[in-house]
Design a protein around this ligand. Sequence first.
Ligand SMILES: Nc1nc2c(ncn2[C@@H]2O[C@H](COP(=O)(O)OP(=O)(O)O)[C@@H](O)[C@H]2O)c(=O)[nH]1
Ligand SMILES: [Mg+2]
Length: 469
Amino acid sequence: MAFDHLSERLQMALRRVSGKGRLTENDIDSMMREIRLSLLEADVNFKVVKEFTAEVKKKALGERILKGLNPSKQVVKVVHEELKELLGGETSGFALPKKDRATIMLAGLQGSGKTTSAGKLAAYLRKHHESDPLLVALDTRRPAAIEQLQTIGEKISVPVFEEGTKTPISTIIADAERFAEENGHDVLIFDTAGRLHIDEEMMDELKTVKDELAPDEVLLVLDAMTGQDAVAVAKSFHESLGLTGSIITKLDSDTRGGAALSLRKVTGVPIKFMGLGEKLDALEIFHPERMAGRILGMGDVLTLIDKVTENVDEDDMLSMVEKMASGKFNFDDYRKQLRMIKRMGSLGGLMKMVPGLNKMTKNMDIDDKRLVHIEALIGSMTKEERKRPALVKQSSSRRRRIARGAGRSVAELNRLISTLDEQARAMKQMSKTDPKNVNPENPLAGMPAPKQPKKKKKGKGKGKGGFRF
Ligand SMILES: Nc1nc2c(ncn2[C@@H]2O[C@H](COP(=O)(O)OP(=O)(O)O)[C@@H](O)[C@H]2O)c(=O)[nH]1
Ligand SMILES: [Mg+2]
């Protein structure tokens, strides 16, 4: 996942001040030094870094913070807020113009992910906007580029309009628009040609496309791995084309991610989508606040909940959230949760979104095989034991029996028990803290609580089946 290293470094910087009852200007300075270094290391543009740190410092040194209650938690909040601003502030989202046919033009360097993103965008718009999109091949430099778009179109069952490599771009545009009108397509997505580097010929070609088409959206597709070049690339595309937004791709990869952090500042236009994989459903709306939270290790509960809602029965989810929030969490719940996660795929990515878990699971290699073992262990418990983890915890003979039954070691069972413990604790913590009330001992645990499902309050009697931590 992108940002891992940056995330670690920033959290280290924040830990410098966390838990301190008082903060001096010196404390802030040394924290700022580390923040500056970690951003530079992540390839964030130096000007952007300079502005960012100046702003954080100014706010962190404000009267109300240093002299106020809990200065360290306030400072963490400042960093979070500024990071959110850097990434664009409020979520821009994506709205189609209210007209019969919308046009979207994608532009970017070769290999940045334009063609893939065109397909992803088509699939996204069909799913979330009930659109009937048409993909248009304007990358006429290579026959392979057209074939690639056709393959993608087939995969998602979206038609692709192409007229080979010889037809002039302006003719293709006019023909595509006529075709869309005749066939009732309400959104056209134009895939264009890129080059390895910015060059005039490419920009001229793109300017022609833009002038002919007068698109509703001109989206820059930028590879998150671009590094320091990102600034020059984004600037020159914006100057030539007047972007309306951007798509940052390959955030699933192990990149330092600096491009994402500089992009918004440099262009002034919002990052609208992020690409999170090669698959055609790996496109999501970009949420600055969530991304900032993820980078600072605050987890990403909102994204998690989105994913869960998409993939899991709502009642199941509500009861899970309720359980999590109450800190009562038994093996039945854990197994249910594992199964949900399995259905949602991408375990590593998901784990990262859960506060507390992200740190915890770092050294815990949860792969599919381990999931099978965990299932076996839980399956080897009696119904009563699954409901009341304390039974398992307190009896070594039970633990031996369960382990034997599952064909696993007792040590492995013990690990499972402590995982459950840890998780229940993290969940409880998370539901108690909101951004205005961050635990000064551990400000990084300060997460917005998930919305509590409105349900009848249940008695909180001790020992009622649940396992209190
Ligand atoms: N991991 C990952 N790979 C991506 C993503 N978007 C595109 N790619 C890959 O990047 C490569 C170049 O993509 P392509 O769409 O052909 O780029 P184009 O030259 O700009 O059209 C392909 O191998 C894609 O599968 C993404 O979000 N994550
Ligand atoms: Mg392409």
